[in-house]
Design a protein around this ligand. Sequence first.
Ligand code: BLA
Length: 244
Amino acid sequence: MFAPFKEYLEEELFKHFDLSSRSIPAGLEANVSARGKNPATIQSWCYQAEQLRKIRYSYIDAGETAQVFNSVIYPAYHYDIPLLGVDFLSFGKKKILVVMDFQPLFRDRAYIDRYIEPMREIRDKYNELAQNLEMKFYDANQYFSKYLLFAKLDSETVVNKLFPAFQAYLALYWKMVAEATPLTNPEDIQRIVAAQKEYDQYSADRDPAHGLFSSYFGSEWSEKFLYEFLFEDASPLAVSTARK
Ligand code: BLA
């Protein structure tokens, strides 16, 4: 379902950046579910470039039951630009949920004008991909922008609308990275380090995928995957209080 998106992202990354591999903790690069009647596989990739300190994406393939493409791009600490977040999920072809955003680290006016307003034109072009759905797990006002794509779709719209929207958002993101002014003041850079770490903590604590991962790969592996790979700068100590 989302394989063309993964392939496109990969091609674009190699075209725009001088990538090197970033290590994934042993045992977390891939897994195969031993449970249930529908075998599920998960595979992850991780890279870095001078401008992007962590580029990760994962693909879950459980056949008809579930297909998930998830990715986060973290800019280098000397750029204050948003993170690129992608979460495309398809459950049994009927339920397709897609989310894509430039995830803002700050919410002041100047920041929004500089990094979020440029998305508006694309977002307006793909209105049916922005359905103002309510968020149950996350807070729409934290790390999400007002121009996020967030929609429940059918598979036809994935091909006809989501793919061109995905291409347009990526092109804009690469442009933003290319035009970003590097921060030089250590205090400004420390502020980005802290904000990206908070993003990981927030995301790990709220991640709605924990149940899905646990059902396929067990809770021990899932916890490791969440805190040692997906959101590695989050502290798992927060987990017992945050989750139930
Ligand atoms: C929702 N994301 C979800 C759900 C799952 C995942 C299972 C709930 C779907 C439902 O409503 O039934 C799955 N999340 C994953 C997977 C991974 C993951 C498989 O992190 C990792 C491999 N989520 C992100 C990113 C964004 C994001 C980067 O990981 C930003 C674009 C958004 N996911 C997002 C949002 C929802 C969601 C906004 C809806 C949650 C809500 O209602 O609050």
